[in-house]
Design a protein around this ligand. Sequence first.
Ligand SMILES: *[C@@H]1O[C@H](CO)[C@@H](O)[C@H](O)[C@H]1NC(C)=O
Length: 344
Amino acid sequence: MQLLPILLTTFPLLPLTVASPGCGHPLHPPPTPGASSSLLNLPSDHHSFPSRQYLLHLPANYHIYSPLPLIIAFHGKDQTAQEFERQSEFSKPLLNTLGALVAFPQGVGKMWTGDPEAPSRRERDDIGFAAALLDHLVNTYCIALERVYVVGFSNGGGLVDLLACDEGVSTRIAAAAIVSGAIYKDKSLKLEKGEKLFDVCRPRRVPVPVLEMHGSRDPVIHYDGKSTPDGETWPVEEWVQGWKVRNGCKEGEKPTWEGEVHGGSAKKRTWSCGVGAEKQEVLVHYTIEGFGHGWPSIKRQEDDEKQRFGPVSWNATRDIVDFFGSKSLPSEWRVPGKWVRDEL
Ligand SMILES: *[C@@H]1O[C@H](CO)[C@@H](O)[C@H](O)[C@H]1NC(C)=O
């Protein structure tokens, strides 16, 4: 174990992979690679997050010596991890073409930090929980440290925004994806005096490549933000503008690509900007025409169609996995076993 982490070359043409400290750890099933996911506990001994659970999918080709990508997928409010796994289908090999491990954490009271009903971070800190879960996963399983991704739906998407904005977590994730993100204005939340959530975003590493998809008729998190029923949210375009500038694009910079995708059902905009010589894709936004609040997919989702106004003719999961597939943490951040560099 002390010999790890070691540098492993996967294939000659692929970049170097940094094996996580969990590589080489014998697997004590469950979970069994390729079998259905298992609900597991975050060990309470070394973290301050007692009895927190997550559902884990191990792909069929999981092997303790070959690092694979990791996706951490955060459910929406009032959902369970199992429901979100069924809804998003990230565990399906057909859609999870990266062959990534997928962890679906379970929120306490089926919600996350950033929801108007969630307590303050001092009472329940889901940003800290997500970081602790990431520690636990990379120390237990064989993960390619440069290919860790976070994705979330609605309230889970709000948490993903907070993770991408977080000083520490931003240095550990290669990219973030959000569907129907619940990005509230801080004044809509129960915060302690001086506590800031969505109103402040200071990632330590930029760019953090971000993808967001939002239905133009979302009845839960309105596109304009102002008339959102549970409290004002960031207008989607304003939030996009924030990430554009934060990720190194100029204020007035036009998307490098703009057009309709999926037979015209979504307008997709891509911004490629760059610090340095190389421009890279740093922000992608889909405006899904006529779509409501839900996970865009071909599958019918019985309990959900009243607010989703779906199904659509495509699978968001596929687009998200493709987006993740082209992103990896730049080499200077790939520090095995140590996340935050001492200096920049
Ligand atoms: C979308 O996902 C469904 C599974 O729900 C699958 O049958 C279908 O082939 C997928 N389509 C695409 C275009 O990925």
